[in-house]
Structures are given as C-alpha cells and as structure tokens.
Design a protein around this ligand. Sequence first.
Ligand SMILES: CC(C)(COP(=O)(O)OP(=O)(O)OC[C@H]1O[C@@H](n2cnc3c(N)ncnc32)[C@H](O)[C@@H]1OP(=O)(O)O)[C@@H](O)C(=O)NCCC(=O)NCCS
Length: 151
Amino acid sequence: VIPDAGLVVSVAAAETYAVRRRVLRDGTPSDDVTFDADHAETTRHLVVHDAEGVVVATSTWIERESPDHPGIHALQLRGMAVIPERRGLRLGVRLIDAGVALARERGCPIVWANARDSALDFYLAHGFTVIGDGFLTHDTRLPHHRIWRPV
Ligand SMILES: CC(C)(COP(=O)(O)OP(=O)(O)OC[C@H]1O[C@@H](n2cnc3c(N)ncnc32)[C@H](O)[C@@H]1OP(=O)(O)O)[C@@H](O)C(=O)NCCC(=O)NCCS
C-alpha cells in the first residue's frame, strides 16, 4: 500500500534514515544516521511521503527534558529534514505543527531542539525562541543554538 502523499504519518525509525543521510549527514564528520532514542517506546517519527510513497520530509520527537527547562516534561525535535526538491512547500511547517500537537496530547508544555544556525530563521518564524550561546554538535561540527517554543 502506497502511503497517502502529503499527509503527516508516524513511521518506524528506519524509514527516516535515507532522508537523514542525504540531508543531515552530507559532508559531516559522522555519517551515523541513528539517534540514541530512535527506538524508545515514546519516540515518534513523523514524516511526509510523495505520491510514489517515498519519504521526503522527516522529524523525530523524543520525550526528553531540555537542559534549559529542568523538571518540565518536554519533547525534543531531532532529525528535521526536507529533501531539496521539496523545500518551500510548507512540509517543514506541517511537521512542526504535528509535533506540537503530539506534545499537547502528551501534556508537554514545551518542545525544543538543537537547531542548525542555517535553519534558525525557519524556527524563529514558527514560534521558537533562541536560548543560550551557540555551540558545535559532535556529529556535524556545525554551529547550532538551542531553541524552544511553548505548546
Ligand atoms: C529547514 C527545513 C526543514 C525547512 O523545511 P521546508 O519544508 O523547506 O520549510 P517550509 O516550506 O515549511 O518553510 C516555511 C517558511 O520558512 C522559510 N524557511 C524555510 N527554510 C528556511 C531557512 N533555512 N531559513 C530561513 N527561512 C526558511 C520558508 O521560506 C517559508 O517562509 P514563508 O512562510 O514566508 O513562506 C528545510 O529547509 C531543510 O531540510 N533544510 C536542511 C536541513 C536542516 O537545516 N534541517 C534543520 C536542522 S536543525
């Protein structure tokens, strides 16, 4: 069965790996496309397929507190990626909306992420705020800032 094109759906972790590899591990020191919480029972991989059933946009939502908001039940967004051919079609926005809806269902008052500086304006335009100083992540050696938004 080919998944309906354009809908945000929840899939197994492995369904995200091709897009993660292509978009997020392109020229980075690590080519590991797995995340430690990929198979946790509470983790959700929310994606969009094209009309052929190929995954074109991915996001992973992990139940984990933010270092900036200790003691607050939160969802961490990781692996946000849209293939180049499908950018600017609001797939990224739809994944954020779906993750925030999931956070609301789970009773999480905030969502957060370690955001690449190259994508910061995307997040700032969609309800997120930067918190703290910039840093490099181990996997990518690219500049990041922590971002968060209320649910
Ligand atoms: C960032 C990313 C996920 C956005 O996905 P997308 O589906 O292209 O974004 P959308 O179409 O939903 O964009 C919505 C709006 O954000 C803007 N936007 C998208 N990417 C942006 C970026 N990198 N910087 C600034 N603005 C951006 C769009 O122009 C659009 O603006 P509009 O509302 O005025 O039309 C996608 O560009 C991507 O995969 N980038 C490479 C990987 C990456 O950086 N991922 C994030 C890691 S933290």
